[in-house]
Design a protein around this ligand. Structure first.
Ligand SMILES: [Zn+2]
Length: 190
């Protein structure tokens, strides 16, 4: 049973309301957003960058969660492609395109044609761990596997990679539940 089933299965109550955060920490980019909730007919999100504040109106909790996921992807697109370009300039790797999504389980992927896909959840990791994930995907542009040659390529550009693997694994289960909820974006956000 997925989280969504659990939410709608909660006997008519809008149980998703328990998932709504007051604060969202994005350690990767050293930011901390406060979330103000206002009841309303549909989900609308106002982002105030200066105050690092999100104001969300919502009717149903699931719509609000979808709006937050939409915002997290937008934040990911604001930061991760430039970050990847910087790291690639540093390591000398070449990729063709980068996209930012909100995948359920993978932090990133790299296709055989060098298309890199990054998870917006990376923003919830410490910066060194994000760099490790970027180096990992870039190393796949050279080795499309997890061979010893691959790991030595990673180690060349991120010597503390073992420590970063531990950090990523430890953080994954601690991510807030709203990030994973199956929520379909409301029409006004699609
Ligand atoms: Zn890999």
């Amino acid at each position: 049973m997925g989280l969504f089933d659990w939410i709608v299965g909660a006997a008519g109550r809008d149980a998703g309301i328990q998932l709504l955060p007051q604060v969202i920490e994005l350690p990767a980019v050293d930011s901390r957003w406060t979330v103000a909730w206002e009841p309303g007919a549909d989900a609308r999100l106002i982002r105030s960058a200066q105050q690092q504040r999100l104001t969300l109106t919502h009717g149903r909790a699931l719509d609000a969660i979808a709006a937050l996921q939409h915002w997290l992807k937008a934040e990911g697109r604001r930061h991760l492609p430039d970050w990847l370009a910087l790291v690639a300039a540093d390591t000398g790797h070449r990729y063709t395109t980068v996209s930012v999504r909100l995948q359920r389980s993978r932090w990133g992927s790299c296709s055989s044609s060098g298309r890199i896909s990054l998870n917006a959840k990376l923003l919830m990791l410490p910066p060194d761990a994000v760099r490790y994930v970027l180096v990992h995907e870039l190393a796949h542009t050279v080795h499309m596997n997890h061979s010893r040659a691959f790991w030595s390529e990673v180690a060349r550009h991120q010597p503390d990679w073992r420590e970063q693997v531990r950090v990523v694994k430890a953080r994954a289960p601690a991510l807030p539940a709203w990030v994973h909820a199956h929520a379909k974006p409301p029409a006004n956000l699609r």
